[in-house]
Design a protein around this ligand. Sequence first.
Ligand code: ADP
Ligand code: MG
Length: 252
Amino acid sequence: MSEALLELRDLHVDADGAHILRGVSLEVHEGEVHALMGPNGAGKSTLANVIMGHPGYRVTAGDIFLRGENIATWSADDRARHGIFLAFQYPEAISGVSVIQFLRQAIAARKGLEELSVLEVRLDLAEWMDRLGMDAAFAERHLNEGFSGGERKRNEILQMALLEPVVALLDETDSGLDIDALRVVARGVRTVREEHPAMGVLLVTHYVKLLEEIAPDRVHILIDGRIVESGDATLAERIENDGYDAWRSVST
Ligand code: ADP
Ligand code: MG
């Protein structure tokens, strides 16, 4: 098998003195989509944040490898530059910064360039917005200001398309993804994968419906900071039917 794009090896993570992740191992290979499911408070967002290098979390044991390189001590900036992308669960509004300005900076940082011409970004952006079925006026809007749920998701998918990540981490909200936003994510992930088939995806979600459309290669169940079972897409259906109760006893 090829070298994993992303490998977590027995990862233990603390935040504010609480032991949140208690030995998580996971490998995402080229072109694979992995879904991470689990009840509220299981540590799913913590996992995504730790892979991204969020400074609020402390790795107390274990390692994180990006294409075989141990990145556990790298800054979030360095990780982003090397192709880890995290779509934020609760994206902040940044007043005064338009979608295109933000993307211009983010793409320049990802490519290790001082600056990118607006024209260059605009062409790429226009092409992707068209492909994702977005209105051209969206590029001029201020980032996340008054965005609907669907628009936030479109913005995330657009970022993912343009930043060409090695591994994309998509953390879905525990509640409140409407059907429009769901569809945006499902179609968006599919469209971006068509263009970048090698990209790995780790998708945190509660929505079996989303997984039906995305067809993940692997599904993992996280409970109390541990992956208690991994399987194929049928695992998601079992969760929809039976809930997480069957696994809870395993984790204690
Ligand atoms: P999930 O995304 O699966 O709902 P989270 O990763 O958000 O779970 O949270 C897992 C647990 O860790 C929760 O009990 C939460 O309160 C706690 N937690 C998350 N982030 C922090 C933090 N920065 N400081 C302290 N506790 C945290
Ligand atoms: Mg969460």
